[in-house]
Design a protein around this ligand. Structure first.
Ligand SMILES: Cc1ncc(COP(=O)(O)O)c(C=O)c1O
Length: 545
């Protein structure tokens, strides 16, 4: 068995190895009666009669929970965690998802007690520190995008699109006609048409030209007085920058339509080009892609929406405003966070910024500098509870400040360089359908390998045996059999070379031993899954036999 495995599983130095254990029983199967992970001291208060207290809600039979010792539980979950692939283990080239490394310093900052524990119900006067964090992030993002106003409320990219298109709709409505349709190129992210439809618009498809960009003549024909907006993913899902974007903006504006930019791929533009300067009216960002907050696993995201001044009155409430009259100098001083050691010890309530009024002894809330404004008659309303995923704001701001303007520009350049390095090292073996210069990601097709009976999904599965997370498979739709690879700037030359070596080796295997690729992965606990069965009939719950 070991020998067979040797042949099936390539030996690449430094790469992620197969799991620690291949045979981990379920926690229920490991259970044996009476085992405990804890022990309570003898009762030192009078016992109560739970049945009398709870009445009908009292349960007479205990729930079927596994019984294990602490070390068994720790080992079980630690071993399970080794079955996961993670950016902390190796390269995660999942195109379109920008699985970049989240620097540890971001986590450290987000865990600062005063920031992590800031409660959304805390009055503005007691929350000036966290409000300054939010305000500074807003100003940084406006500087980066070249836009005029912003909301951080949306919880993800698609939610940002929804918010942005609602702004478009509200603006058109304020002029008497919401209009009927939204134009979307075939190279857009899949969430774009869904967004337009959910905002009540008819989606009209725009065909890309041979370079993967917008055909200006077709656009001119399709834009009319019923067009509310064009939603443009830029750079597009094939990693191509829309170099005619200023002309596109002019064509739309001439008919009173707006240009929405899906800015989730801003990691290819930050520090180099600003959407506000090339005609974009409204856009969203994915903090969980571009600004390195953790991505994936269903964790919180953040999709801020930035817009031009004329859309600002429609932004969701509340909007953060800085009082025209600044606080007197002596009350500004220390930020409200982190809290004093006395507060941390539970000795007294948290204190507001600065000192209370010496005469009345009370805090004058009207002098608070940053406040949430709800007085916005044209607002589209709230799109989320409270103010958005604040923990993501802190991580993004830490990342922006740690890099600084030059660092952010370098990051963009490195992301583009890494994608183009992979492109140049693989284009002799994998088909490149669009020859236009790549930005942050490169999209090949499986045309040559498919001619030998091996598809993109099978190549991706074989990549697992080489210790890499698969690239994005079969997306974007305009590339048949797509291999969408986004290395991000996080990867070193050594890691990129290992990935390239793996992809070249797989291309060779497709020629010499195609069955080896088609039956991959060989190194995982379970081999090739029936994907349809797994998606349609997942077994997610343990039930007693
Ligand atoms: C270009 C683009 N637009 C929109 C989205 C949607 O973002 P989210 O998954 O946060 O909703 C993504 C997600 O990766 C994206 O890549």
């Amino acid at each position: 068995m070991a020998m067979i495995r040797e042949n099936l599983v390539p030996c690449t130095t430094g790469k992620v190895r197969p799991h620690q254990t291949q045979n981990e029983a379920l926690v229920f199967e490991k259970s044996s009666p009476g085992k405990r992970a804890y022990k309570l001291p003898p009762l030192d208060v009078p016992a109560i009669d739970a049945a009398a207290l709870l009445g009908a809600a009292h349960r007479t039979t205990p729930g079927e929970l596994p019984e294990l010792s602490e070390i068994e539980i720790i080992r079980h979950f630690t071993r399970l965690s080794t079955w996961n692939y993670a950016i902390d283990l190796g390269m995660y080239p999942l195109g379109s998802c920008t699985m970049k490394y989240n620097p540890r310093v971001n986590e450290a900052v987000a865990r600062i007690e005063g920031l992590a524990e800031a409660h959304p119900y805390r009055p503005d006067s007691l929350a000036q520190g966290i409000l300054e964090v939010i305000d500074l992030l807003q100003r940084c993002l406006l500087e980066i995008t070249g836009m005029d106003a912003i909301t951080l409320q949306p919880a993800a990219g698609a939610h940002g699109e929804f918010t942005g298109i609602l702004l478009v709709r509200a603006w058109h409505e304020s002029r008497g006609n919401a209009r009927r349709k939204v134009l979307i190129p075939d190279s857009a992210h899949g969430t774009n048409p869904a967004t337009a439809a959910i905002c009540g618009y008819t989606v009209e498809n725009l065909k890309s030209n041979a370079e993967g960009g917008i055909d200006l003549e077709a656009l001119t024909r399709q834009v009319d007085e019923e067009t509310a907006a064009l939603m443009l993913t830029n750079p597009s899902t094939i990693g191509v920058f829309e170099s005619q974007i200023h002309k596109i903006a002019d064509i739309l504006h001439a008919k009173g339509a707006l240009l929405y930019m899906d800015g989730a791929n801003m990691n290819a533009l930050v520090g180099k080009a600003r959407p506000g300067d090339f005609g974009v009216d409204v856009m969203h960002l994915n903090l969980h892609k571009t600004f390195s907050t953790p991505h994936g696993g269903g964790g919180p995201g953040s999709g801020p929406v930035a817009c031009k001044a004329f859309l600002e009155p429609f932004l969701p409430i509340p909007v953060l405003v800085r009082n025209a009259e600044p606080l007197p100098a002596q009350t500004l001083g220390a930020p409200s966070f982190p809290r004093s050691s006395a507060e941390r010890m539970g000795d007294g309530d948290p204190q507001p910024v600065g000192a209370p009024d010496p005469d009345s002894g009370t805090w004058d809330g009207s002098k608070t500098q940053l406040t949430w404004s709800y007085d916005r008659p044209q607002s589209i309303g709230r799109v989320r509870a409270f103010y958005g995923n604040v923990g993501m704001f802190i991580r993004a701001l830490a990342y922006i400040l740690a890099n600084g303007p030059d660092g952010l520009r370098q990051t963009t350049e490195d992301a583009v360089l890494n994608a183009n390095y992979i492109r140049s090292k693989l284009e002799d073996l994998y088909e490149l359908p669009y020859k236009t210069a790549s930005m942050h990601e490169v999209v090949f097709s499986d045309k040559r390998q498919a001619a030998r009976g091996v598809k993109t999904g099978e190549i991706a599965k074989r990549l697992i045996d080489y210790g890499f997370h698969p690239y994005t498979v079969s997306f974007p739709m305009i590339v048949h059999g797509a291999l969408m690879i986004e290395p991000t700037e996080s990867e070193s030359l050594e890691e990129l070379d290992l990935f390239i070596a793996a992809m070249r080796s797989i291309a060779r295997e497709v020629d010499e031993t195609p069955e080896l690729v088609k039956s991959a992965p060989h190194s995982t606990r379970v081999s090739k899954l029936d994907e349809v069965q797994a998606a349609r009939k997942p077994i997610l719950r343990w039930r007693p036999a």
